[in-house]
Design a protein around this ligand. Structure first.
Ligand code: GRF
Length: 228
């Protein structure tokens, strides 16, 4: 939790978001903060793409919006060092990857263990990587969904905090399934960040802990958009 050096008091929980594209998950956080249902503050949004709609959403919400161009750096390591210098400057309590499409180098991830989370459109550990909806359909999965997990150097392989499930319905195509999942991603991310901001979820020794105890299975989002 950020501390105000002027008075030593704990300030609001500060979220930095990383996003490469549309930013609908970011918008869900912005809307929840504005509605007073998420007690936090958006400290900044950071992108590898200057034209990302997510940056426009950040500006509209009055948050800092920063683009850092990967082409200006000779290597991923140097890019990540410069990019995370900007992120660290806003002193986030949590960094949310919300559609951030670049791999983050191991040193950058490991230096921020427990601080970085990602939302991924599958029920991890199923369907890591891209094209998750198509692959779920091809596999004949009866259920699909989304997961929020801690980011580790293992792509989409970090400890899973929470999940939202949807049925795969007869006649689904990739778009229909993607829309059904996305509609659950937004409340899943908001509820997960709420628990993180409340200090209820922590990463300890590579394991998710909730209210101080190791989590046996990911938290499941109920139809009331809360964890049971
Ligand atoms: C979401 O499906 C998210 O799970 C994945 O990328 C997509 C981003 O969508 N990581 P948006 O930019 O939040 O609208």
């Amino acid at each position: 939790m950020a501390t105000d050096p002027a008075n030593g008091r704990r300030g609001r929980f500060r979220i930095a978001a990383l996003a490469s594209g549309r930013g609908s998950n970011l918008q869900a956080l912005i809307d929840a903060i504005a509605a007073g249902t998420l007690d936090a503050e958006l400290a900044g949004v950071f992108s590898d793409r200057a034209d990302a709609p997510a940056l426009a959403r950040a500006r509209a919400a009055g948050a800092e919006a920063v683009a850092v161009n990967p082409r200006d750096f000779p290597s991923r390591l140097e890019y990540d060092a410069a990019f995370f210098d900007r992120v660290d400057a806003v002193q986030p309590d949590l960094v949310v990857c919300a559609g951030y499409m670049r791999l983050i180098s191991a040193p950058a991830v490991e230096a921020r263990a427990g601080l970085l989370v990602n939302i991924h459109p599958s029920l991890l550990p199923q369907f890591k990587g891209l094209h998750t909806h198509r692959r779920a359909l091809e596999a004949g999965a009866p259920q699909h969904g989304a997961s929020v997990h801690y980011v580790t150097a293992d792509l989409d392989g970090g400890p899973v905090i929470s999940q939202a499930r949807v049925p795969v319905l007869p006649g689904d195509d990739e778009q229909a399934l993607a829309e059904r999942v996305l509609a659950r991603e937004h409340p899943l991310l908001v509820e997960t960040v709420r628990w993180l901001a409340a200090g209820r979820v922590q990463l300890k020794e590579h394991c998710v802990h909730v209210d101080g105890a190791p989590l046996a299975a990911p938290l499941q989002l109920g139809s009331n958009n809360r964890f049971a």
